[in-house]
Design a protein around this ligand. Structure first.
Ligand code: SAM
Length: 209
């Protein structure tokens, strides 16, 4: 359904994607990005204002949905960042090996279809000493909530264009060749527990640790 994908989904992500508890974590983790930065699934650009423009020399904002890029252009105008949009999926990062200092993914690894390929691609483009900053939604540790997540996943998958509620993102990040450096987790209000269990932190490619 192109109208849903091009208009309604970007609107929903823009309006629902940044309530105060999420905003607070974006404010904490996004300024950690430095140097050449690649943001995977930049969406409507909710992170742009949180980058420290004195530490980020270039931001590649990879986003395959043109409806999202339209909204993100508005956020771009609020910053001094040097932003280049790349309209490709995260499974096909068109950057050189070892060319990026920081990769950022917020609520994208929970959506992207080829997650392990994307994570391997992230490891490929990171320089030695580079890191992945992640903030993602997924599988609750509570079996009762997991049951709800399994039931509600098809609805979320449709409404939010491929969103999974049941991915164990930290395990997938490790499967893709990373070591978690530091991480916190918890339910983030105001959403129900079935769609608000999140992890946020940093990870580094295992071979470089
Ligand atoms: C839930 S939104 C999150 C947007 C933004 N990162 C944020 O924190 O608000 C998920 C984003 O992933 C993007 N996306 C979907 N499939 C993707 C893919 N294969 N590669 C990269 N991004 C993808 C969507 O277009 C959408 O912008």
């Amino acid at each position: 359904m192109p109208f849903h994908k091009d208009h309604i989904y970007p609107f929903l992500v823009d309006v629902l994607g940044d309530p105060p508890p999420i905003l607070k974590i974006r404010q904490r983790i996004i300024p950690l990005a430095q140097g050449v930065v690649l943001e995977i699934g930049a969406g409507s650009g909710a992170n742009f204002i949180h980058y420290d423009s004195t530490r980020v020399s270039k931001l590649y904002a990879l986003e395959p949905n043109p409806g999202m890029i339209r909204l993100a252009e508005r956020q771009r105008r609020k910053t001094k960042l040097n932003i280049e949009f790349i309209d490709l999926p995260g499974e096909r990062i068109p950057l050189e090996d070892g060319s990026v200092d920081t990769v950022v993914s917020t609520f994208t690894l929970c959506t992207i279809p080829g997650i392990v390929d994307a994570i391997r691609g992230i490891a490929r483009v990171l320089k030695t000493g580079g890191k992945l900053i992640f903030f993602e939604l997924g599988l609750s540790p509570d079996p009762e909530i997991q049951r709800w997540q399994k039931q509600l996943e098809p609805l979320h998958h449709w409404l939010f264009q491929g969103l999974y509620l049941t991915r164990d993102i930290p395990s997938l990040i490790m499967q893709g060749g990373f070591q978690i450096e530091q991480m916190e987790a918890g339910y983030l209000a105001p959403f129900p527990k079935s769609s608000s269990y999140c992890w946020w932190g940093t990870a580094i490619p295992r071979s470089r640790s």
